[in-house]
Design a protein around this ligand. Structure first.
Ligand code: PXP
Length: 239
């Protein structure tokens, strides 16, 4: 069975909306693990819009499963990764204005920068994954730069406007998984996966880990709201 990595950036996004200290992504990581998550994924962005350096430090210390750090291939982030030592580094493209990671890393175009980042992280004993579109040329480029893993961007599949396009995307992902396996590269997948579409991708087989955030945190807000309101009603009632 494939593993589930829970992306808890969205918990930090809610905290940052008030600039306070709740909800704490460190507590969210512990709860996700208690519920059966196989790993915790966080993205330390250059602009620190959600996850903070303090979160990374504490989550590294407290995670009992595996920590996957999503990061841009910059000097600053490579330095942080080499000192914090996550169990996996996933290199992602990062644009300041984007709402979330849009599209995969273009390994072919950024061959030199990616090669150097992969080498430096691996020399520091880290496992490196590249977040790429399920495109055979990108898989071959990932192989060329010596990546240990690729994470296929499932956003185009998740956003497919009709079932035909969804089927096409699924086929594309399936073929990319086969090619990566043939080249000896490990395969993860993520982005836009939710309670309605996960079964189709999981049924493809060959994917080691799914990294899922938005749909899980969205569901947590809705399924947790009933209890949260009842707790407050009780506090007022029994004051
Ligand atoms: N994998 C990567 C590399 C990502 O950048 C993200 C989004 O932060 C995810 C997985 C999770 O995507 P989502 O929040 O849509 O589940």
């Amino acid at each position: 069975m494939a593993r589930l990595g829970v992306n808890i950036d969205h918990v930090a996004t809610i905290r940052q909306a008030r600039g306070g200290n709740e909800p704490d992504p460190v507590a969210a990581a512990a709860i996700a693990e208690l519920a059966g998550a196989d790993g915790i994924t966080i993205h330390l962005r250059e602009d620190r819009r959600h996850i903070q350096d303090r979160d990374l430090r504490l989550i590294r210390e407290t995670v009992k499963t595996r920590l996957n750090l999503e990061m841009a291939a910059t000097e600053e982030m490579i330095g942080i990764a080499l000192s914090v030592k996550p169990d996996m580094c996933t290199l992602v493209p990062e644009k300041r204005q984007e709402l979330t990671t849009e599209g995969g890393l273009d390994v072919r175009v950024n061959l030199q920068q990616v090669t150097s980042a992969v080498e430096r992280l691996q020399d520091g004993g880290l496992i490196v994954s590249l977040f790429i579109d399920p495109d055979p040329d990108q898989v071959k480029a990932a192989n060329k730069v010596g990546a240990d893993y690729v994470e296929f961007h499932t956003g185009t599949f998740a956003d497919a406007p009709d079932w035909k396009r969804e089927e096409e995307e699924l086929l594309r992902i399936g073929n990319a998984v086969k090619l990566a396996a043939k080249l000896g590269i490990g395969v993860n997948a993520g982005h836009g996966l939710n309670y309605a579409n996960i079964k189709k991708v999981a049924a493809l087989g060959g994917i080691e880990e799914f990294n899922i955030g938005h749909s899980i945190i969205s569901r947590a807000v809705l399924v947790g709201l009933d209890r949260a309101v009842r707790d407050m009603v009780d506090l007022i009632k029994y004051a």
